[in-house]
Write a protein of this length. Structure first.
Length: 550
C-alpha cells in the first residue's frame, strides 16, 4: 500500500498556496480525507506540527498566531475532526487571532444529500459560521489559490480573527493541470481610519483634559501599536491601564503603567475619575468592567476596528479604525505636556496600595514574584484558566508585547500548554513557559509526546491541587460542599518517564532553581508543584478597607 507518487493533486495546490502566502508552520492531524495535503507538506519547507488532538492543534495554532502576529494554518479533516477545533476557534474569534482553518469535505456531488458518507455533517459550513469571521467552500481546484489568499487577507484585516475554508475530498485528491502557485496577495484588506472630524474632536478632548487616562486592550497588541501607545501616553502624561487581554501593550514597570488589576477599587477609581478616558482596542467587556458596573464620570473616547462594538456598553465618541494608525494620528494632535510628576505619583500610590494587599497572600504573591524573577523580560508565558493565572492576569507584570498569553476570550480550560507549544514554534529562540493546573494539563497530557517529537522547548509548570481547584472553591462557597471536582491523579514522575520528558517535583522554596533548570532544558521539561492556592479576589488594603466600611 506504500508507493511513491509524482502526481500533483489539489492537496498539493493547497500547500503551494500556503507557501506563496508565507506560511511557516502548519498545525493539525492527518485524516483520511486530507492525506493529499499532508503529502504536499512532506516535501514542503512549511514545518508540519502534528499534535495528538485537533483541540490542542487549534490552541497551538492560536498561540503561534497570537505571539507572532502572523496567520497560522490549521488543517482539519471532515466532520468530527473539524468539530474538535470549535473551542480553540472560539478563543481565536474572541481574541481576534488570525487562524486559517482549512478542512476537507465529503465529495462535492454528495454534499447535502444525506447519504451517510464517512464523516458527513448535514452542513459543515453552518457549524463554523457562527464562530469564525468568514466561511467559504472551494468548488474547483482552480478556486483554491484565490480562496486561500482571500482567507489570509480576511483573517488579518482589523478586526482580525479566524476564518474557515472547506475543500471537498474529490478536489483534494484529483490530479491537477495548473501552473504552480508562486505568488499570492496576502496583505490585509483596506484598513479603515476614523474620519477627520472625529479625530479632531478626540484630539480637542485630549488636549483640554486635566486627568486623561488611557485604557489599552488586546487590539493594541494585534495591530502592533505599542510604540504609538507609548508615544501618546508620554505626550499626554497619562496613566496607562490595560485589560487582561491587553497585558504587555504597555510595560508594567513603566512609571505611567497602572497595570491590569481590574477588580481593585484604586484601579477602578483611576478610570472613573478621569475627565477623558481613551479606550483603545478593547470591547469594554464584562470581565474588565465588573460586569458593566463601572460608571465613568468623564468623556469616553473608544477606538475599535469593529464599529458595532462602539457604544454598546458605554456612550462614547467612536473612532472606528486600526489602533496603530489611529493612535499615531491622535499623537499628532496633542502637544507634549511638561513633566510635573503628578501622573507618575498617582500611579505609584495606586501600585503601592495594591502591592500591600497582594503581599498578604504570601504563597500566591511569592509564586508570581519567583516566576517573574526567573523569566527574562522577553520570555513568553502562557497561562491556563487556573488559580495562579487568575492572580497573574491582575498582578503579574507583563513587560513586553505579545508575550502574555491568557484565554480570557473564551475562558476555556486546557489552553495554556498547547498554546505555549505553538508560541515556541513561532519563537524557537525565546524562553517559553506554560503555567497550568493539574486539571487543565490533563486535557493536553498527550502533547508531551508532540513536544518531544517536534523538539519544542517549553518549560511546563503544573500547579497540582488534586482536581479542579477553582470549581472546588466555588462549590464550597455556593453549596458548602463539593462534588465531582476531585481527580484521581497519575504518577507524574512515571508518566513523564514513559514519555521520556524530564520532570521535577518542586516546592515554593525550590521553584526558582527548578524554573531555571526547565528553561535551560532542550525540549520540554516539567515542574510539578503541589499546592492549594487561595481564590483570586481584589487583594489590596484599599479593598479590605472598603469591605470593612460596608
Amino acid at each position: 500500500m506504500s508507493r511513491a507518487t509524482s502526481v500533483r493533486t489539489g492537496g498539493h495546490v493547497v500547500v503551494e498556496s500556503l507557501e506563496a502566502l508565507g506560511a511557516g508552520v502548519a498545525f493539525g492531524i492527518p485524516g483520511t480525507h486530507t492525506l493529499s495535503i499532508w503529502d504536499g507538506l512532506r516535501t514542503s519547507p512549511i514545518r508540519s506540527l502534528c499534535l495528538r488532538t485537533e483541540l490542542n492543534a487549534g490552541f497551538a495554532a492560536e498561540g503561534y498566531a497570537r505571539v507572532s502576529g502572523r496567520p497560522a494554518p490549521l488543517l482539519l479533516t471532515t466532520g468530527p475532526g473539524a468539530l474538535m477545533s470549535l473551542a480553540p476557534l472560539m478563543e481565536a474569534a474572541k481574541a481576534h487571532t488570525p487562524v486559517i482553518a482549512i478542512a476537507s469535505q465529503i465529495p462535492s456531488e454528495l454534499i447535502g444529500r444525506g447519504r451517510g458518507y464517512l464523516h458527513e455533517l448535514d452542513d459543515q459550513l453552518a457549524s463554523f459560521a457562527p464562530i469564525v469571521r468568514w466561511t467559504a467552500r472551494a468548488e474547483h481546484a482552480d478556486d483554491v489559490p484565490a480562496l486561500l489568499a482571500e482567507a489570509w487577507q480576511r483573517a488579518q484585516t482589523p478586526p482580525s480573527g479566524p476564518v474557515f475554508v472547506e475543500i471537498p475530498v474529490d478536489i483534494l485528491r484529483a490530479p491537477v493541470d495548473l501552473p504552480r502557485v508562486d505568488d499570492l496577495p496576502g496583505d490585509p484588506m483596506t484598513i479603515v481610519t476614523p474620519p477627520d472630524g472625529a479625530l479632531a474632536e478626540a484630539g480637542r478632548l485630549l488636549r483640554d483634559a486635566e486627568r486623561p487616562v488611557i485604557w489599552a486592550g488586546g487590539g493594541v497588541l494585534r495591530s502592533g501599536a505599542w510604540e504609538e501607545l507609548a508615544t501618546l501616553a508620554g505626550r499626554l502624561r497619562a496613566p496607562v491601564a490595560t485589560t487582561y487581554m491587553g497585558k504587555g501593550a504597555f510595560p508594567e514597570d513603566h512609571p505611567l503603567a497602572a497595570g491590569s488589576t481590574c477588580d481593585e477599587p484604586p484601579f477602578r477609581e483611576l478610570l472613573t475619575d478621569a475627565d477623558v478616558l481613551l479606550c483603545v482596542g478593547t470591547e469594554l467587556g464584562a470581565e474588565t468592567t465588573g460586569h458593566f458596573a463601572l460608571r465613568f464620570s468623564g468623556r469616553v473616547i473608544h477606538i475599535d476596528a469593529a464599529p458595532e462594538r462602539i457604544g454598546v456598553s458605554y456612550p462614547a465618541l467612536g473612532l472606528v479604525g486600526d489602533a496603530k494608525q489611529t493612535l499615531a494620528a491622535l499623537s499628532e494632535q496633542v502637544p507634549e505636556r511638561p513633566v510635573d510628576g503628578a501622573a507618575e505619583a498617582r500611579v505609584a500610590e495606586l501600585r503601592a496600595w495594591i502591592q500591600d494587599g497582594v503581599g498578604g497572600h504570601e504563597l500566591e504573591a511569592g509564586l508570581l514574584e519567583t516566576i517573574r524573577g526567573v523569566l527574562p523580560r522577553h520570555a513568553i508565558h502562557a497561562w491556563d484558566m487556573t488559580m495562579l493565572a487568575y492572580w497573574a492576569a491582575a498582578y503579574f507584570p507583563a513587560l513586553a508585547p505579545r508575550r502574555f498569553l491568557y484565554p480570557l476570550g473564551s475562558g476555556t480550560l486546557g489552553y495554556g500548554w498547547p498554546a505555549a507549544l505553538g508560541a515556541a514554534a513561532a519563537e524557537p529562540d525565546t524562553p517559553t513557559l506554560a503555567v497550568v493546573g493539574d486539571g487543565g494539563f490533563l486535557y493536553g497530557l498527550a502533547e508531551l509526546l508532540a513536544a518531544r517529537q517536534h523538539g519544542l522547548s517549553v518549560a511546563l509548570l503544573v500547579v497540582d491541587d488534586g482536581g479542579y481547584g477553582i470549581l472546588r472553591r466555588h462549590q464550597r462557597v455556593a453549596y458548602s460542599d463539593t462534588h465531582a471536582v476531585d481527580l484521581t491523579q497519575p504518577d507524574f514522575a512515571a508518566l513523564h518517564a514513559a514519555c521520556e520528558v524530564p520532570v521535577r517535583t518542586s516546592s515554593p522554596e525550590r521553584l526558582a532553581e527548578d524554573l531555571d533548570w526547565a528553561l535551560a532544558t532542550q525540549g520540554p521539561a516539567t515542574i510539578v508543584l503541589p499546592a492549594e492556592l487561595e481564590m483570586f479576589e481584589a487583594a489590596s488594603a484599599w479593598s479590605q478597607a472598603a469591605t470593612e466600611q460596608e
